[in-house]
Every structure is written in structure tokens, then in C-alpha cells.
Write a protein that binds this ligand. Structure first.
Ligand code: UD1
Ligand code: MG
Length: 454
């Protein structure tokens, strides 16, 4: 028994209840409000279909409202143990002095998270309505993460990173990144929001990514709960846990002093569960309507909401590096997209695959070069093509690049695996995301022991 009892576990049951409620509400509200969205001109055309019936867009707003409302209604339940203590008139004493037992810190963790989620929703919705430019919307998630960072700072959050064994002779075993660590955390929110938004455009893609990442985070959280049964993860695997209430333990020794640390760990992962379970609820409810053929579009609102929710739990529950591992497909898609995002290769408004109405199959979409591309552009494209990441069409005589497939993971699947239907492509994406998460667990709990002590 390495844990003192954590009284807030029962709140988990109410969180579970709220999540089911959130699921049912979203399932009902999305189609019920669809016509109102169309009336308000929040509609889009499904680019990969023969029909052009308007589809309600930005219905992530419904998800966001249900999600944030569930979180707000849940706050009193999260502190149910405090109510119980007050009701039983129990005072806590430290060295004979009565102390105020209300966990103000946890409340600020909650409230700051909700502020960040609201800002993300606002940004996403404004983006849906006004199509905000790249350079204008990039800094917003950074600003939205300030409340989170402040709370992290207030509890003297860890800013050390453990150096992998091979580099220790050079750098020592720990590096304190200090303010740079805060820069990294604020960029995390920009990455997670945009990472989901640019891996989009086929039915079900945005929300299924969110669901698989949420499930991965939930599984990771469950590993830290004080299970009565013995299949919790062996302690030595937690050996290189570096983020335990500011204490650093390397070498896998859980000394007596860690009892408090373990409790803090449990509380943090419970917090993460309280935010992930209702997210899973609303996303699953929405998936039902967004799955091929989509009757509702998530819009940027859902992409920003889900991305920010992941940043929130990664930062507040101190597992941002593990979280990033669940974003492997998004990291790949972002790196592959860089030449287009940063202007080296032209970036059309939509980079979704090309739909062939005759065969109902998707093909990689392309960007055409009317004038010969610059030396830098063509050498980048040639390198990417050599790595099998894009397919080039060249002038038969001069060898000049005429066309390149758009640099996204979806087009890459089509380049490598050949044309397929939209339904198949979204399944390929889901499988990739699941494999990515499995790999993340192997890296986090298996391979970490090779490069770190543990
Ligand atoms: C991002 C991508 C863009 C992609 C778009 C698709 C980058 C830099 N931007 O832009 O390449 O085309 O997402 O969402 O990579 N749509 C469908 N089917 C779907 C979902 C969306 O056809 O399943 C279409 C609809 O017309 C919808 C529109 O995409 O109205 C939404 O695009 P929007 O989210 O505004 O695009 P961005 O996020 O700016
Ligand atoms: Mg979008």
C-alpha cells in the first residue's frame, strides 16, 4: 500500500454520470439544432460528395456548450469530500492548530482550466465565422494558456527535464529549463489546437482523433489510480517520474517521503479524468452525426476546444511530454505540412484529397506550379519525393516540377496506399492514431527505462 486514501475518488462516479448525460445531450442537440445553424448561415458544403446539400457547420459549438456546462455543474461534486467534512463538523489540525481545509489550489486549477477552454471555444467560433488568418490566430492559444501557466507557477511546478543517460556526461542528469519550460507549455496549446485543425477535411476525422487521444489519456490516468487490485502498474515503472510535487526521484526508489507525492499524482490524474470523461462523452455523441456521410460538421470550434482540453490536462496534471506522444500523427502531419504552412510551397485554401465522382474514390490532391518553382522549393520537393512523402509530376523533357501532391498525412496515405473511399481513408486515419497511441505507451513505459534510469 503506497497510497494514503484519496477521498475524492467517489467524485469520479459523478463525473462518469455527467459524461453519460453529456453524451446523450449532444446526441440529441446536434440534429435538433442543425436547421438553426443553417438559418444563421453556419453551413458548409461537403467537398467530397456529389450532392451539395448544405451541412450545418461549427456544431462543435454545441459540444463546447454541453462540455463546459457539464464541467461547471461538476465543480461542487469535485469537492464533495470537503462538504462531507464540514457536514460532519470535522476540523483538521496541524500541530494543534485548526486549518482551513478547503483546497483553494484545486479550485484555481479548475477555474483556470475552464477559462482557457472558453477562450479556445471563442477563438474557434470566431475562426468559423470570420476565417481568421493564420498569423492572427496563432498567438491566441498562447494567451489562452496564461491562466494555466500561472497556476502551474503558483504550485512551483517542475521546470526540470531529466537528461537521457547517453547525454549525462555532457549535460548532467537534470537541466532546469526555467522560463523556457513555460514557453514550451504555451506552445503546446498552439500545437494541440492547430494540430487537430489541419488534420481535417474528411468526415469524422477531427472528432475521431479527439476520441482516440482522449481514450489514451484516460487509460494513462487510470494507471495512476489507487486500485485495490494488484494490476496497477509496477512501481519501478514509475521510477523516472520527475513531476512529483517538485520532488525529483530518479532511480526508481519510492521512499517514505513519496507517500505525499503519490497522493498528489492521484489527485492530478483524477483531475485529468474529470476533464477527459465528459470530453469523450460529447465527442462520441457528435461522432454519430459526423461519421460518413456527415450530417454535421465540427468546424474549427471543435478542433480548438478539444486541442485546448488536451493542453489543459497535460499542463495541469503535469504530463505534457506523455501527452505529446499521443499526438504522433499530428506531429508527423505538422512537420510534413511545414513547407506549405511557411510559404515554401504554395498552400491552397483546402488541401483535402480530390474526389472522383465517377468511381467514388479519393485521390491525392495537388498543387500546380504555373511558373518554374524556385531552387529551394524544388529541392525540398525532390527530397520529400525521394522519401516517398509526396508524388511529383515532372515535365517529360526538362524534368521541371509541374505538380506536387499536397503535403498532408491524408494525401500521403493516398500516395502510399492508392485511391480509396472516404470511409476507408478515415478508418486508416483512426488505425494510425490507435497505433500511434500504442507506440506512445511503449515509449513512455517501456523504452523510457533504456534512456533513463528506472
Ligand atoms: C484546414 C486545412 C485545409 C482543409 C480544411 C478542411 C490546412 C492549413 N488547412 O483548414 O487544408 O481543407 O481544414 O477542414 O491544412 N469539410 C468537408 N468534409 C469534412 C469536413 C470539412 O468537406 O468532413 C469542408 C467543408 O466544406 C467545411 C470546410 O471543410 O465547410 C471547413 O474548413 P475549415 O475548418 O474552415 O478549414 P481550415 O481549418 O481553415
Ligand atoms: Mg478547420
Amino acid at each position: 500500500p503506497f497510497l494514503d486514501p484519496v477521498p475524492s475518488v467517489p467524485a469520479l462516479y459523478s463525473s462518469f454520470g455527467f459524461s453519460i448525460l453529456a453524451f446523450v445531450t449532444t446526441l440529441y442537440l446536434v440534429p435538433a439544432l442543425g436547421p438553426r445553424f443553417i438559418q444563421a448561415n453556419l453551413k458548409g458544403r461537403d467537398l467530397l460528395k456529389v450532392y451539395s446539400t448544405p451541412i450545418p457547420e461549427s456544431q462543435g459549438l454545441v459540444c463546447a456548450s454541453v462540455y463546459i456546462l457539464s464541467l461547471i455543474l461538476f465543480i461542487p461534486f469535485a469537492f464533495s469530500n470537503v462538504f462531507a467534512d464540514r457536514f460532519n463538523n470535522q476540523q483538521k489540525f496541524v500541530h494543534g492548530l485548526a486549518i482551513d481545509e478547503f483546497p483553494h489550489h484545486q479550485l484555481s486549477v479548475y477555474l483556470s482550466s475552464i477559462i482557457s477552454l472558453m477562450m479556445a471555444t471563442l477563438l474557434g467560433f470566431l475562426d468559423d465565422v470570420f476565417d481568421i488568418r493564420w498569423r492572427h490566430k496563432l498567438p491566441v492559444p498562447i494567451v489562452a494558456s496564461i491562466p494555466l501557466l500561472m497556476v502551474y507557477f503558483s504550485e512551483r511546478g517542475n521546470t526540470n527535464v531529466v537528461v537521457p543517460k547517453p547525454l549525462r556526461p555532457l549535460l548532467g542528469s537534470l537541466i532546469n529549463l526555467g522560463p523556457l519550460y513555460y514557453v514550451y507549455m504555451s506552445l503546446l496549446s498552439t500545437f494541440s489546437t492547430n494540430g487537430i485543425n489541419i488534420l481535417a477535411g474528411i468526415n469524422g476525422s477531427e472528432v475521431s482523433q479527439a476520441i482516440i487521444i482522449a481514450v489514451s489519456v484516460i487509460i494513462n490516468d487510470l494507471l495512476y489510480l489507487p486500485w485495490p487490485i494488484d494490476w496497477r502498474i509496477p512501481l519501478h515503472l514509475l521510477g523516472n517520474q520527475t513531476e512529483v510535487s517538485g520532488e525529483i526521484r530518479i532511480g526508481g526508489v519510492w521512499s517514505a517521503g513519496m507517500a505525499h507525492g503519490s497522493r498528489v499524482l492521484v489527485e492530478r490524474h483524477l483531475f485529468s479524468l474529470y476533464f477527459m470523461l465528459p470530453l469523450l462523452g460529447v465527442c462520441t455523441g457528435f461522432l454519430y452525426h459526423n461519421w460518413y456521410p456527415a450530417r454535421a460538421f465540427p468546424g474549427d470550434t471543435l478542433c480548438y476546444l478539444t486541442g485546448m482540453a488536451f493542453a489543459v490536462v497535460g499542463i495541469q496534471a503535469h504530463f505534457s511530454k506523455t501527452l505529446l506522444l499521443f499526438f504522433l500523427p499530428q506531429i508527423f502531419n505538422f512537420l510534413l505540412s511545414c513547407p506549405q504552412l511557411f510559404g515554401l510551397v504554395a498552400c491552397p485554401r483546402h488541401r483535402v484529397p480530390r474526389f472522383d465522382p465517377n468511381t467514388n474514390l479519393l485521390h491525392p490532391s495537388t498543387v500546380a506550379f504555373e511558373r518554374p518553382p524556385s531552387v529551394r522549393t524544388s529541392s525540398t520537393l525532390r527530397l520529400l519525393s525521394l522519401l516517398g512523402l509526396t508524388r511529383l509530376t515532372k515535365h517529360p523533357k526538362t524534368g521541371q516540377i509541374l505538380e506536387a501532391t499536397n503535403l498532408t498525412i491524408l494525401n500521403w496515405f493516398l500516395v502510399r496506399l492508392g485511391p480509396m473511399t472516404e470511409r476507408q481513408l478515415v478508418k486508416v486515419l483512426c488505425v494510425t492514431q490507435v497505433v500511434g497511441s500504442a507506440l506512445a505507451f511503449v515509449i513512455r513505459y517501456g523504452l523510457a527505462g533504456l534512456v533513463y534510469d528506472g
